[in-house]
Design a binder for this molecule. Structure first.
Ligand SMILES: NC(=O)C1=CN([C@@H]2O[C@H](COP(=O)(O)OP(=O)(O)OC[C@H]3O[C@@H](n4cnc5c(N)ncnc54)[C@H](O)[C@@H]3O)[C@@H](O)[C@H]2O)C=CC1
Ligand SMILES: CC(=O)C(=O)O
Ligand SMILES: [Mg+2]
Length: 373
């Protein structure tokens, strides 16, 4: 199979779909890898590093898209990339379709086979290809929130951990999954007063076991959420219903009633955000203010630490890339029900229920769609 790795083009996105070590693995399995020139430059990999691993360097993204059987990326394809997708081409990357109608329509139109990292599942109920980036974004959310609380950024002027004699900031994390747990770990480390809300009791138990009384793990009712959000100095949004648009748990009225200069970091923004006043921002201009609350809503947070993030992502994606290349997409997906959950769009059909429902599109069972492809 010919595997293509284009350079990422989203704002300040320096991650890359495959590092040279991953290229070498694919080449060792007898595949051909084509990489757009300078695709790895943002994390210190030169074209020579890729050619030494066995890749061929092509001059443009158009060359890569024209020649590859499978495109391996990081972020959802931007409009110019979507226009280059071909019928029967495999696209393996983050998609986040449920809040994104234009992308969904373009992928349907392309007739490509579109597998989303973020909806692949595992036997323990986890999301193995989302988890590494959620660990990064969860950790980063506390750094971003700490900065947002600085006076020069229109924050309350509070240090997360306080100092002896002065109280710490209250950090409220909504969703105690990968993002939430990673955020809690950093917030506890910085000495903040930390509350995590989740509606899964096993998640609350796990938080309790990990953090003891350093984190208040609270069952997420509308009442509890309102109480803690209104007391918060910093709110982290980390809820997820896999594949679906995020529920707007924090309302515009909550934001109005929050303390002036408090901050929110809506990590769930890639699924549309769990805070009503959120809208996606970029690393170039990451924050905006609504009702005196600083909002940080960058949809590709791990792009800011692309070296750490690319390696973490590749560690998780590589076995799936090898499987797709060795077996072809049909056998790779049909052999593994968890991998099949990653299939969102195939040959013009939507095969992820929450995406079809979000846009009133017809839903086709993924197994049937692959068997008939
Ligand atoms: N902005 C960015 O750069 C990045 C964003 N993300 C996003 O962060 C979000 C969270 O991801 P993960 O932590 O990996 O998901 P996860 O599945 O590990 O955790 C989500 C948690 O939300 C909880 N939850 C669902 N509905 C809830 C409700 N109504 N109230 C309270 N809790 C609720 C679930 O029980 C679960 O524990 C996803 O949308 C993901 O795509 C992840 C990485 C980077
Ligand atoms: C998960 C995601 O959206 C990201 O890593 O950018
Ligand atoms: Mg207010």
């Amino acid at each position: 199979m010919i595997i293509g790795v284009p350079k990422e083009i989203k704002n300040h996105e320096y991650r890359v779909g495959m590092v040279p070590a991953s290229v070498r693995e694919l080449v060792n399995h007898g595949h051909q890898v084509i990489v757009e020139t300078d695709a790895g430059m943002g994390i210190g990999f030169t074209n020579e590093d890729y050619t030494q691993a066995g890749a061929e360097i092509l001059a443009t993204a158009a060359d890569v898209f024209a020649k590859a059987d499978m495109i391996v990326k990081v972020k959802e394809p931007q409009a110019v990339e979507r226009a280059m997708l071909r019928e029967d081409q495999i696209l393996f990357t983050y998609l986040h379709l449920a809040p994104d109608l234009p992308q969904t329509e373009d992928l349907v139109k392309s007739k490509a086979i579109c597998i989303a990292y973020e909806t692949v599942t595992d036997a323990r109920g986890g999301l193995p290809l989302l988890a590494p980036m959620s660990e990064v974004a969860g950790r980063m959310s506390i750094q971003a929130g700490a900065q947002a609380l600085e006076k020069s950024n229109h924050g309350r002027g509070m240090l997360l951990g306080g100092v002896p004699g002065v109280e710490a900031a209250k950090v409220v994390v909504i969703g105690g999954g990968m993002v939430g747990r990673s955020a809690a770990q950093m917030a506890v480390g910085m000495g903040a007063d930390v509350v995590v809300l989740d509606r899964n009791i096993d998640v609350l138990r796990a938080l309790d076991a990990q953090f003891g009384n350093k984190v208040k793990a609270i069952y997420s009712t509308a009442d509890a959420l309102e109480k803690h959000v209104l007391e918060a100095d910093l709110v982290i949004g980390g809820v997820l219903i896999p594949g679906a648009a995020a529920p707007k748990l924090v309302t515009a009225d909550h934001i109005k009633a929050m303390k002036p200069g408090s901050a929110i970091v809506d990590v769930a923004i890639d699924q549309g955000g769990c805070i009503a006043t959120s809208k996606a921002t970029t690393h170039a201009d990451p924050t905006f203010i609504v009702d005196e609350v600083v909002h940080y809503c960058v949809a590709n947070m791990p792009g800011a630490v692309p070296r750490t993030s690319t390696f973490a992502l590749n560690n998780a994606t590589l076995p799936f890339i090898i499987n797709l290349a060795n077996k072809g997409y049909k056998k790779a997906l049909l052999d593994d029900a968890h991998f099949l959950k990653g299939l969102n769009v195939i040959k013009g059909q939507v095969t992820y229920k929450e995406v079809a429902e979000a846009f009133n599109m017809e839903y086709v069972d993924p197994r049937t769609a692959v068997e008939n492809a």
